[in-house]
Design a protein around this ligand. Structure first.
Ligand SMILES: NC(=O)c1ccc[n+]([C@@H]2O[C@H](COP(=O)([O-])OP(=O)(O)OC[C@H]3O[C@@H](n4cnc5c(N)ncnc54)[C@H](O)[C@@H]3O)[C@@H](O)[C@H]2O)c1
Length: 310
């Protein structure tokens, strides 16, 4: 597991350990936290840009599968520092692909449906066949590594699966990542602080529309891919349901069940107005995604405990 100490990665690690897998985590802890990891897991503080350290560690462990979650995962950082983004998400990822070829392990790549497809017009959902229209350096680096994977598959026999996540939410989420709004809103609401709905077009509107998918569904997809169920496939991990930031805020206010102040904010440059993904391939391969209400309710309870104990 690369990036196993991060939000999504640590859930995959936990489930893999529970499922009887032996897990080794490589993470530079730039955004991840060691406390996210079960004690039984072998941990190596390695930056994936360090090719030799990564290779040495992987060859010793000889994994059957590599789940690649380590990334510069912030769209905003990628806009400020596109070279850093490419160094980690393209070059670092190529080091991971090289290791996978050498170890003959499956590679499961955490890509992004949320950023890759660009604007998805009202009434439509983006299927896996949609053209990639990256609007940020982050989306470019993810799209680019997807292409490398196809080439490594054809030229070098690499076995891989590409998981294109929607906006993943759940326990342990940090606000800094690609899609931190659920974590941001819950922490603020539970502390009695006001929250802000950034505009989709004009201040005071309902905000952008996103496909919020529960982290457990991303975990299920990773575990299936480890077993080879999704080999050679590119698959959206999503719900197909579009939710505006205001609707999300209202649902969370209800779940938190305490007085709340919700402000309207300005439009943020670079934000897609609408991103909703087609989950039909996922549903036929893995079953239905977790309904939003259920996932948000579980997540709220986790954040309630976190805020109470902090
Ligand atoms: N959160 C989402 O909604 C979402 C959506 C689409 C795709 N993704 C992708 O899923 C993956 C996990 O995202 P997350 O939300 O859990 O983010 P996260 O920041 O919590 O996890 C990323 C992990 O990678 C580690 N890392 C970063 N750079 C590294 C490097 N150079 N070497 C080694 N480790 C490094 C971090 O310390 C962290 O533990 C990322 O690849 C991200 O691009 C996330």
């Amino acid at each position: 597991m690369t990036g196993g100490a991060g939000f999504i990665g640590s859930h995959v690690v936990e489930a893999a350990v529970e499922g009887g897998h032996e897990v080794l985590v490589v993470d530079d802890l730039s955004t991840g936290r060691i406390e996210n990891l079960p004690a039984s897991v072998a941990f190596h503080p390695i930056d994936i840009r360090n090719r030799d350290a990564l290779r040495e560690t992987a060859l010793r462990f000889a994994p059957d599968a590599i789940s690649h979650h380590a990334a510069q995962a912030s769209v905003a950082v990628s806009v400020r520092e596109p070279l850093l983004d490419a160094e980690i998400n393209v070059l670092g990822s190529l080091h991971v692909a090289e290791v996978a070829v050498e170890c003959q392990s499956r590679l499961v790549f955490s890509s992004t449906g949320g950023a890759l497809y660009g604007e998805v017009p009202e009434g439509q959902v983006a299927g896996e066949g949609w053209p990639a229209l990256p609007a940020s350096p982050y989306a470019c680096s993810k799209a680019s590594f997807e292409l490398y994977l196809r080439a490594y598959g054809q030229a070098l026999g690499l076995r891989y699966t590409i998981l294109r996540y929607g906006n993943v939410y759940g326990p342990r989420q940090d606000p800094h990542g690609e899609a931190g709004v659920v974590a941001i809103f819950l922490r603020r609401l539970l502390r009695g602080e006001p929250i802000q709905v950034n505009a989709r077009a004009a201040e005071g509107d309902d905000g952008c529309v996103r496909d919020y998918v529960y982290v457990r569904d991303a975990v299920r997809a990773n575990l299936a891919a480890f077993e080879g169920v999704l080999e050679g496939r590119t698959i959206n991990i999503a719900t197909g349901v579009g939710t505006s930031t205001r609707t999300l805020a209202e649902r969370l206010v209800r779940l938190v069940d305490r007085p709340a102040v919700v402000h309207g904010g300005a439009f943020r440059a670079g934000d897609l107005q609408r991103s909703v993904l087609d989950p039909s391939v996922m549903i036929s391969a893995l079953g239905a995604p977790t309904p939003l209400e259920r996932g948000l309710s579980d997540t709220t309870e986790w954040f309630r405990e976190e805020v109470q104990s902090s």
